[in-house]
Design a protein around this ligand. Structure first.
Ligand code: BGC
Length: 389
């Protein structure tokens, strides 16, 4: 082991040590969603390559979770692919529901807690044909799916995430024109965020109505992408970006959530160290933002994503260690952080950038689909083993 583990603090025994992934990025052949559809003309849409089979996790989840178990993780975040479960509007694919029951059961049988995301960027084709998240009835359509998923799978899910990164979805797809539906319209982006915020409220209320018992209250959150904008870097820009990108959606969804899910990767204007994608590496940003949002909203926090695109795994080891240290420091300052999910379990399909960025703790050979634990996975295991209080 190259790195010396110097943990300032121990973590409680019930702390969640997790990994994270999303359906379209790992499962393969998600033929009924809008990303798959856009990938059919990938060159024309300026996408690097199509997702195809990606890691074929759909058929290899058992092997992948056995590897997660080897890392000693006790939680995994996955997404339930809406377009598999509702391939045509109002028609439910029972076989796919059964598939997800097997997936969730496989995790449970390994003592790995399940965090299920209902929306991780992809939409059923029928939904996008109706205007996607711009359609004013989109929140009700999503609510219907959430209700179905809760009814069929609720007994196997420990934590729910309604929506992954509302701001990123709106910015990438509707403002920057980089993701489907490739629009560049501030008005559309605003409408989309508004609908995503309402979709969260509806799903949040439905899930509580359906799943709460007099003794237990189901735990539901939104996963927000947050960036640390250094306040002295181009002052006005940083302040407004912070407000627009980070604060606004968190504030809008804060009432209808039981915990804050924070996806933290990078800073802006605060560090010289960079990932393979040129993203700044700045662990202190995680501590600072966790502190800020905990003070502001007083909700428990889960770090629902944190990771680095790095072909050199040493960089991932440093990243992992320094960011878990940041979590420990925030906890020491009183922030109620209850879990950390590393992005990602596997090297996978990184949206418009294809398979080049390597975020996995597990290396995947995309020709043979063979998997190998990277040294960072072993470091993660060591941290988990030594972190118990
Ligand atoms: C997303 C993931 C993505 C990761 C790395 C997050 O914004 O939720 O789907 O792979 O960042 O870019």
């Amino acid at each position: 082991m190259v790195l010396y583990i110097d943990m300032p603090l121990k973590f409680p025994a019930d702390f969640l040590w997790g990994t994270a992934a999303s359906a379209h990025q790992v499962e393969g052949s998600n033929t009924h969603n809008d990303w798959w559809q856009a990938e059919q003309n990938w060159a024309g849409q300026k996408l690097k390559e199509p997702s195809g089979k990606t890691c074929d996790h759909y058929h290899r989840f058992e092997e992948d979770f056995a590897l997660a178990q080897k890392i000693h993780t006790n939680a995994h975040r996955l997404s339930l692919e809406w377009s598999r479960i509702e391939p045509k509007e109002g028609e439910w694919a029972q076989a796919e529901i059964e598939h997800y029951r097997l997936v969730l059961r496989s995790l449970k049988s390994k003592n790995i807690k399940t965090m299920a995301t209902l929306h991780h960027f992809t939409n059923p084709v029928w939904f996008s044909r109706q205007g996607g998240w711009q359609n004013q009835n989109a929140p009700e359509k999503f609510q219907r799916f959430a209700q179905k998923a809760a009814g069929e799978l609720g007994d196997l899910v420990d934590f729910w995430i309604t929506i992954n990164e509302p701001t990123v979805l709106a910015v990438q797809g509707y403002l920057a024109g980089r993701w489907t539906p490739f629009l560049r319209s501030p008005l559309a982006a605003f409408r989309v965020i508004k609908n995503l915020v309402r979709a969260n409220s509806l799903a949040y209320q439905s899930l509580h109505r359906q799943l709460d018992t007099p003794k237990t209250k189901v735990q539901i959150g939104v996963a927000h992408h947050i960036i640390y904008f250094h306040p002295f870097a181009r002052l006005g820009l940083a302040l407004s970006a912070d407000w627009l990108f980070n604060d606004w959606t968190i504030r809008k969804t804060a009432r209808d959530c039981d915990f804050l899910g924070l996806n933290y990767y990078r800073s802006f204007g605060a560090s010289r160290s960079r990932s393979d994608l040129g993203w700044e590496v700045y662990p202190d940003g995680l501590e600072k933002l966790a502190l800020k949002y905990y003070r502001r909203h007083k909700k428990p926090i889960y770090i629902t994503e944190n990771g680095i695109a790095a072909t050199d795994d040493k960089k991932r080891q440093e990243y992992l260690l320094s960011h878990i240290n940041a979590v420990a420091l925030a906890r020491q300052k009183g922030v109620d952080i209850r879990g950390y999910f590393h992005w990602s379990l596997l090297d996978n399909f990184e949206w418009a950038l294809g398979f080049t960025p390597k975020f996995g703790l597990i290396e995947v050979d995309f020709k043979t689909l063979e998997r190998h634990l990277k040294p960072s996975a072993l470091l993660y295991r060591k941290i988990i083993d030594e972190a118990q209080e």
